[in-house]
Each structure stands twice: as structure tokens, then as C-alpha cells.
Design a protein around this ligand. Structure first.
Ligand code: SPQ
Length: 431
């Protein structure tokens, strides 16, 4: 197993970094480019392992995709041109890829097999398989379709009206992608608002979808026209440096081109409530579908907060780094209503609590979140990402404030969403 010794010597953080492209949007750009007609050019694409898995899957479905660095060109021929894959579709570590692609495959009249890594093999799929079967897809898998490997045979679909039992953009998006191929209008009722990148992407590719007070409606039989996209930086990646800027002494940094879609900006609200010294400069809207801007942040005195309810979907992937932030805030931070953390790349309640405890944090797991008591100084120690990119990055940021060196097992997982992460740390360190 690979291991990285994290012993950065520094005098704070300074300077600016350009945040790499948003993972959720990069996945969707490949998917919509593949089902649209014409040439789609995507700039600032995230060339992380998860999004490369999405490219590999669509190539196996017969789509011509050129990729160099942060630019991807997709030669779409429409959804009817997708072909039965001769090989299994391997999604690697990517929950977004497997859940969304199932929505597309459900309406395609052929057979596909989906597999992923050992983490994907433990993540629940019935949440997507259930509604897609209701629409008419034939899907089988281990434990009645709960786990990979999954096989999908698509065909004619009926529209449904479906109330999401969990706040999940992946479930919503899978049903939208199937609904686009179904007879009639599919309606999805969303009790709590989740990220709306799929809906925005439909508009960008000249399609229609509406949201009336949490009921999303999509008409079947739509076709899409290729477009050019610029992916904004991923706020979930920026979050690690927002936290670093706030908790590493003598820091003042600028994060350029951060995606500011309001369904994703929960981390900004939390940092403000904790007392972070931060300024946001939104870019002028240039008519493209996703807002972005620059964020300035500096070392701040933080206080504990409570995070719960409908705030959770707006920052679900940022909870590991919020836990670290909270160890440096005075008072108690309570995170609740976050049971979904248990079904991410790892059980993120357990991995966050166990690994931060090893560094001396005062943190306890609860049934639906965690409670952190600050302010605690962190020690060095041996910790592990357990193959979860967000746990690996959180522990690496912890090493910037720990008293001793941190040995991180499985640091490679970070390449899933942020291949240039350690270069960016290195760039910001004041030596
Ligand atoms: O793609 P994957 O593995 O599910 O990635 C994660 C992450 O931390 O990067 C979750 F583990 O992000 C999800 C996010 O939690 C990406 C996503 C999307 O692009 O639609 C939505 C969220 O998941 P969910 O289950 O709430 O829909």
C-alpha cells in the first residue's frame, strides 16, 4: 500500500491557485455531449480519474471522444447512435458515473454490464435501480440489484412521478436521463434541493426541464444540440484550500474560478457563520449556465456552529473538511441529518471521526453526523484515506497545522477529483 510522509515546513500560505474543473459538471458534459448531435467542446474539464472513467464508458458505447489535458471534444451523433458495448463498462470509483449512466442505458435497446472498484461494490444502487425498473428497464445485480456488478437491458420507458426518498442529485439525475427517453412527462419531487447541474446542462444543450417549487418535470423524446462549455472550478475542491486559508496561521490566499452554483455553496455559508475572513468576487455573467468567481480568504478566528436540515445537501461532500475546520474553532460544532455520509466512497462518519481522533481531535460520531469540540491542537500520526479522496485531502490539510509529521496511507485516492492537489499545496506554502 502506498504511503506519503506529510511534513511540510512553512510560514503560512500565500498566493493564488486556479481551482480545477468541477467533477459533477465534467461528468455531465461528457454524458450530454455524447447524447447530443454535433461537436461539443469542453474546456477546463477535470481530468481526474472519475471523469476519465466516464469518458472510457462512453467510448465503449461507440462515442468518438478526443481528450487532451483540460479540453475534451465529443463527436455526438444523438442518443439513438449509442451502441451495445462489447466490453463491461468500468466506472472505477465513481458513484456519479454508474448512477447517471444507468438512467441513459435504461432507455437504450441493448444490454450492458456495469462494474466498479471495491468501494463502488459497497454503495447502494437500489435507490436508482428501483425507479428505473418502475419505468420499464430490466436491471439485475447482486442482492436484487443493490450492488455491482449490474446488468442493464433498456428499452421503451413509461414516465413516472417519483418522490425522492433521499436528497440525492444522482438519483434525481438518473430519473431525468431516463425521463428524457420515456413516453410523456416524468415528474420528480425533491423534498430538499440538491445540486442542479443536470438541469442546467439540459438548458445548455437546448433542451427543456422545469422546476416548479421542488417538482422537476421533463418531457420524453427530446433531442439535444451540441454546444461549447467552460467548466467552472469545483467548489468541493476549493473547500480544502478555503479551510487551509482559514486555519493555517499567517495565511492569505486567493482561489480563482470557483463554481458558485447556489446548490453547492453551503461551505461558504458555514465559513461565514464560523467567522472566516473571506471576500467573494463573482464574475460577470457571460450567459453561460454556471456562476463562478474568485474567493479571498485569510487566517481567521473561528467559532463552532450547528449544521443540519436542508443545509446538508448543499455541503455534503465538504463535511470531512468542515470537521477539520471545527477542531480549530472555539466551542462545539454539531453536524446532524447527514446519514448519507455513510454511503459515500467510505462511511465518512466513521472515517472522519476515527482518523481525526488519531491526531488528537475531540470528535464523536453520532447516528446521523458528528460532534466536534474545539479548539484542539493536532498531533502527527499515521492515518489512512481508505481509498476516499476527500478523506485523503482532509488529512493532508490537517498536516499543515499538526505538531508532528503525518504519514498518510493510500494518498493516491486524491487523483479521483484533484490530481494537482499536492502541487497546489506546494505552490501556496511560504517557505
Ligand atoms: O461520484 P461520487 O463517487 O458519488 O462522488 C461524491 C464525492 O464526494 O465526490 C460522493 F461521494 O460526490 C457526489 C455527491 O455526494 C457527486 C454528486 C453528483 O455529481 O451528482 C452528487 C452527490 O451524491 P448524491 O448521492 O447526494 O447524489
Amino acid at each position: 500500500m502506498s504511503v506519503k510522509n506529510l511534513n511540510f515546513t512553512h510560514n503560512g500560505l500565500s498566493g493564488e491557485i486556479h481551482i480545477p474543473g468541477d467533477k459533477s459538471i465534467s461528468h455531465r458534459s461528457i454524458m450530454f455531449g455524447s447524447i447530443a448531435k454535433g461537436k461539443t467542446v469542453v474546456k477546463n474539464f477535470l481530468a481526474g480519474e472519475d471523469c476519465l472513467s466516464t469518458i472510457a464508458c462512453f467510448r465503449k458505447l461507440g462515442v468518438k471522444i478526443e481528450h487532451e489535458d483540460q479540453t475534451v471534444i465529443i463527436h455526438g451523433e444523438g442518443i439513438d447512435a449509442l451502441k451495445e458495448p462489447e466490453e463491461v463498462l468500468d466506472v472505477g470509483n465513481s458513484g456519479t458515473t454508474i448512477r447517471l449512466i444507468m438512467g441513459i442505458l435504461s432507455g437504450r435497446p441493448f444490454h450492458s454490464v456495469l462494474i466498479g472498484d471495491s468501494s463502488i461494490g459497497k454503495r447502494p444502487m437500489t435507490r436508482v435501480v428501483g425507479p428505473l425498473k418502475e419505468m420499464g428497464a430490466k436491471i439485475e445485480g447482486r442482492q436484487s440489484g443493490e450492488f455491482t456488478p449490474l446488468s442493464v437491458t433498456g428499452g421503451e420507458l413509461e414516465s413516472i412521478t417519483y418522490t425522492l426518498p433521499v436528497a440525492s442529485a444522482q438519483v434525481k439525475s438518473a430519473i431525468i436521463l431516463a425521463g428524457l427517453q420515456a413516453k410523456g412527462t416524468t415528474k420528480i419531487i425533491e423534498p430538499e434541493k440538491t445540486r442542479d447541474h443536470t438541469e442546467r446542462m439540459i438548458h445548455a444543450f437546448s433542451g427543456n426541464v422545469s422546476n416548479d417549487n421542488g417538482t422537476i418535470s421533463v418531457e420524453g423524446g427530446q433531442s439535444f444540440t451540441a454546444t461549447n462549455l467552460i467548466v467552472p472550478g469545483d467548489i468541493s475542491s476549493a473547500a480544502f484550500f478555503l479551510a487551509a486559508g482559514a486555519i493555517v496561521p499567517n495565511s492569505k490566499i486567493v482561489l480563482k474560478n470557483v463554481g458558485l452554483n447556489p446548490t453547492r455553496t453551503g461551505i461558504i455559508d458555514v465559513l461565514k457563520e464560523m467567522g472566516a475572513k473571506m471576500t467573494i468576487e463573482p464574475y460577470e455573467s457571460n450567459g453561460h449556465e454556471e456562476p463562478a468567481g474568485d474567493i479571498f480568504i485569510e487566517t481567521s478566528e473561528l467559532k463552532g456552529v450547528t449544521i443540519d436540515g436542508d443545509k446538508i445537501p448543499r455541503l455534503i461532500d465538504e463535511i470531512p473538511i468542515i470537521a477539520l475546520l471545527s477542531t480549530q474553532a472555539t466551542g462545539k460544532t454539531i453536524i446532524k441529518d447527514a446519514q448519507e455520509l455513510k454511503v459515500k466512497e467510505t462511511n465518512r462518519i466513521d472515517t472522519v471521526v476515527n482518523e481525526l481522533k488519531k491526531l488528537g481531535a475531540n470528535i464523536e460520531a453520532t447516528d446521523d453526523g458528528m460532534i466536534i469540540e474545539g479548539q484542539t491542537s493536532l498531533s502527527g500520526g499515521t492515518v489512512e484515506s481508505y481509498g476516499d479522496h476527500r478523506i485523503g485531502m482532509m488529512l493532508s490539510i490537517a498536516s499543515l497545522i499538526s505538531d508532528g509529521d503525518i504519514e498518510l496511507y493510500q494518498p493516491d485516492a486524491i487523483a479521483v477529483s484533484y490530481p494537482s492537489f499536492f502541487d497546489h499545496i506546494d505552490h501556496l506554502l511560504v517557505k
